[in-house]
Design a protein around this ligand. Structure first.
Ligand SMILES: Nc1ncnc2c1ncn2[C@@H]1O[C@H](COP(=O)(O)OP(=O)(O)OP(=O)(O)O)[C@@H](O)[C@H]1O
Ligand SMILES: Cc1ncc(CO)c(N)n1
Length: 266
């Protein structure tokens, strides 16, 4: 019996099930790895926004991390919502002792603009978390607050990537999902450049896109793919999940993490 690669997500809970830990674990199941979680915060969240958020003590984050890493082991780690400077520093310190690729999704705000990271944590993300990343996956708002670079067109993506790389991640994946036109992302390590282009799906049900993409990258890295291969495959997966996103509640519904399993005759 084959043992699947193990992937750890360090992130917050989204009670609505579209983003956060829930998106990460569903993505990992869909891509054939064993998903594990270190919870950093609990959010009360749905299709309309974030109604509340409670951060866990650093001690609880450390204990979950040690339980997983010391016994089970990890082939890749993904980080998402880290809430505060203290948790960013705690997680960055824990990652230093892990010999596995790390995907950092520097989550700042939710799709509705609700804060998921304290403003006081910005410096720790720049100086402690980004240097620990094999791949950092900021969206355009996150690029702006991390580097000051404002991306308005595709031609600005290269400058954004250079600014992110200057903080030390091995690769930067700049997500152009918030631009008009095709959904174009740029992956670069400063030497190689890979442009990832997908048709934009005219679907408002996109809750969880960023978490899903980062977790898919981590899953493929754990399966031994190179960074460019992992990102290309993750992009295909998230594009299909966005195309199949469905309405739930009164606002923005989730992407469909299970789109590859659906029996469309039902
Ligand atoms: N409407 C769309 N159609 C196709 N692809 C999209 C669409 N919107 C975003 N994407 C793609 O989805 C991926 C995630 O990008 P996005 O910029 O939405 O992340 P994000 O803002 O971090 O997500 P989140 O709101 O979950 O934090 C990228 O590959 C992006 O190009
Ligand atoms: C818990 C959580 N993490 C990440 C996101 C991404 O937007 C979200 N909405 N909620």
């Amino acid at each position: 019996m084959g043992i699947p690669p193990r992937v750890l997500t360090v992130a917050g809970s989204d009670s609505g099930g579209g983003a956060g830990i829930q998106a990460d674990l569903k993505t990992m199941l869909a891509l054939g790895v064993h998903g594990m979680s270190v919870l950093t915060a609990v959010t009360a969240q749905n299709s309309l926004g974030v109604q509340g958020a409670w951060e866990l003590p650093a001690e609880a984050v450390r204990a979950q991390f040690r339980s997983v890493v010391d016994d089970i082991g990890v082939q890749a780690v993904k980080t998402g919502m880290l809430a505060s400077a203290e948790l960013v520093e705690t997680v960055a310190g824990l990652l230093a002792g892990v010999d596995a690729p790390v995907v950092v999704d520097p989550v700042g705000v939710s799709k509705h603009g609700d804060a998921l990271l304290a403003a006081s944590a910005l410096d720790a993300v720049r100086t402690k978390l980004l240097p620990a990343a094999t791949v950092a996956t900021p969206n355009l708002d996150e690029v702006a607050w991390l580097t000051g670079v404002r991306v308005r067109t595709e031609s600005d993506l290269r400058r954004a990537a250079d600014a992110v790389l200057s903080h030390g991640p091995r690769w930067a994946l700049i997500k152009g999902g918030h631009l008009a036109g095709d959904a174009v992302d740029l992956l670069t390590d400063g030497t190689e450049e890979h442009w990832l282009r997908a048709v934009r799906h005219d679907n408002r049900h996109t809750h969880g896109t960023g978490c899903t993409l980062a977790s898919a990258i981590a899953a493929r890295l754990a399966q031994g793919r190179s960074v460019p291969e992992a990102v290309a495959d993750a992009k295909d997966y998230v594009t299909g999940a966005i195309a199949a996103g469905f309405p739930l509640g009164g606002g923005i519904g989730p992407v469909d993490h299970g789109w590859r399993f659906r029996d469309h005759r039902n």
